[in-house]
Design a protein around this ligand. Sequence first.
Ligand SMILES: Cc1ncc(COP(=O)(O)O)c(C=O)c1O
Length: 416
Amino acid sequence: MHDFEFKEGQLWCEGVKVSSIAERVGTPFYLYSYKTLTDHFLKIQKAFAKLDPIICFAMKSNGNLNVIKSLVDLGAGIDIVSIGELGKALLAGADPKKIVFASVGKTEEEIAFAIETGILLFNVESEPELEEINRIAVKMDRKVQAALRINPDVPAPTHEYTNTGSLKKKFGIDLGTSRQIFKAYKKYSHVKINGLHIHIGSQITSGVPFVGAIKKVITFIDELSAEGIKIEYLDIGGGLGIIYKNEIPQTAQQYADKVIPILEKTGLKIIMEPGRFIVGNAGIFVTKILYVKDNGLKKFVIVDGGMNDLIRPMLYDAYHEIVCVAQNKGARQKFDVVGPICESGDFFAHDRLLPKVKKNDLLAVMSAGAYGYVMSSNYNMRPRVGEIMVKGDKFKIIKDRETFKDLMRGEKIVTW
Ligand SMILES: Cc1ncc(COP(=O)(O)O)c(C=O)c1O
């Protein structure tokens, strides 16, 4: 599953002891395993080989240049949601013809840059957005391709905030409106609408919702085809769940076995947008204990990382396994693992069983590779932490910890 393992009581990432990295770079930091990252990508590539899909890594899950480049080097495309992500994907060497662009609120500047770059597809999320893309493409005298992001309105068992395939959510276009758009497709002189896109949510562990959504959209494609409208691309989105605690998610192969028989009959070019599946378990967050305190009612482990570094526990009530980097066999007690930030929501775990721990012990918050660093902030004037990657028996700093100067960039005292 991943390459973070205990050997003789010490946590290792591939061939490097996690504590030795902490000694060299200080805490807190994110740590990624190159092997886990690339193995997960290759698992999807292998399972879906029969369809030869374009696998566009959803870089919103982890936007580090080295993470993206590691995947691009294996043939990955990129799923982007902003002009910043597009710029970074290009820096990492991504092929524009393997870039797809979703986002419910693309700005004129973003659309123009994406047209200029020559991306593969705009995943369009509303009729006014389609009109805007056409207007800008006319102005630039360029022809572009688009997929309508269909909101299939299917139930997806996941957290309310990561559920995107219901009509109660802002994402995509309902089937009725999509039909109207195709009826009037000739008015979009510079946009070839030759794709459909779905992304129903994230951390979905069962195949059922994916199959339901795919079947729905294929029925729509058949309907369009009967009217002479040809669809070439079907982007089936991301959303594959991973193990954080005791989930039993479908494997890439199980997912492929369910959907390939449905997809291969269509003859469509398939695009996928996995994020969490590739990078979630390829990263951990390493933090150091500052204090241990007991207020009579509860015991707290106070660490040097906070909710600004990893917000998933607070935002989604997400569970992350927490382990001592140096295993300790002492009797286990319940602790709240909390950060230094002035919010009661600043926690990594409540009532978590940990062995006897003390100041300066290192803790690893597991499965933190996806939606970890990318969601971090400078709240409480805290610098973003560094990011480290291990490959074999070497580690490299792939992003420096921010400095006070970084925190102050652009800010100035004005006179009136
Ligand atoms: C359009 C789109 N595609 C792909 C993804 C990636 O999802 P996941 O990380 O669950 O695979 C997301 C995540 O929210 C998304 O919004």
